[in-house]
Design a protein around this ligand. Structure first.
Ligand code: HEM
Length: 254
């Protein structure tokens, strides 16, 4: 997912400098134009979309400014990168399936003990096991996490994102699932996770590549998520937040 989002590349002729942690500048043995031609050819060969190539030099010349060879190439892979820019879209990230299911069956299975997420609504096989990327507002207060409540802590669900497939196979529902007990449903809670075929089927639908992370990375992400807690909106039924009327005067129930 994070391989090719949209990279903005400005080629200027500068000595090789590694600046900061993320941006690396290298000197090319070719001219600016040729370097970009070569890069463009490689990207096209890999099936990556070229959105635009912009010559700042020409733009500058148009307003009477002389500028050295400076070009911008915008490229990306919308299929992968778009997930980064969206909220409330759907994606498959292999969250363990717990609970009695929502009527879905992976190949050769019966009983409807699985939940295929968006596919249940659209009927489109491409949507199998894709779930909505949830809002993260107040997420620190809304455990357990994932569509079925598979993880009981925020740290656990964030760590799941770092290597979804391994996390799925390592999942221990005795340690992490929080499910209320129910006389008829208890026996169905872990049917999917106890069946290696069904777990493989979930793993096959993963869309998120693994990412090498440190504990510090996770700590910082958790700090960020905790900072999204908005105490003013915890109780939306308080007098302050409830809408008591509309300008037309129509009754709210209508
Ligand atoms: C640092 C980046 C990210 C953070 C901090 C993050 C955090 C979270 C958290 C806390 C949840 C659980 C929310 C809940 O259950 O209420 C979640 C679920 C989810 N995330 Fe992420 N996420 C990140 C990146 C991504 C990316 C890149 C994708 C997709 C490509 C993604 C897709 C999803 C999906 C589909 C769910 C719901 C899964 C389900 O319920 O089965 N997340 N995320």
């Amino acid at each position: 997912m994070y391989k090719f989002v949209v990279f903005f590349l400005a080629l200027v002729f500068t000595p090789a400098i590694a600046s900061g942690d993320g941006l690396i500048t290298r000197q090319s043995p070719y001219s600016a134009g040729e370097t970009l031609d070569r890069l463009e050819a490689v990207l096209k060969k890999k099936g990556i979309t070229i959105f635009a190539r912009v010559s700042h030099t020409q733009g500058a010349a148009g307003v009477g400014i002389e500028l050295g060879p400076t070009e911008l190439l915008i490229f990306g892979n919308p299929k992968l990168g778009s997930h980064f820019f969206t909220s409330r879209q759907t994606a498959g990230i292999d969250l363990p399936q717990i609970g009695s299911g929502r009527g879905s069956n992976s190949p050769g299975k019966t009983g409807g003990h699985e939940d295929f997420g968006r596919e249940q609504v659209t009927g489109n096989p491409d949507d199998t096991l894709k779930f909505r990327t949830p809002t993260l507002r107040n997420v620190a207060l809304t455990a357990p996490y994932g569509h079925g409540g598979a993880y009981d802590t925020l740290r656990a669900v964030v760590e799941h994102h770092m290597d979804t497939v391994s996390s799925l196979y390592d999942y221990n529902y005795n340690r992490q699932a929080v499910l209320p007990t129910h006389p008829t449903l208890d026996a169905e809670n872990y049917i999917a996770m106890d069946d290696p075929d069904r777990v493989d089927f979930i793993a096959e639908h993963n869309e998120l590549y693994p990412y090498a992370y440190s504990e510090v990375d996770v700590d910082r992400i958790l700090d960020f998520l905790n900072a999204l807690t908005d105490t003013a909106s915890i109780d939306l039924r308080s007098d302050q937040d409830v809408v008591n009327g509309v300008p037309s005067g129509l009754p709210l129930d209508d």
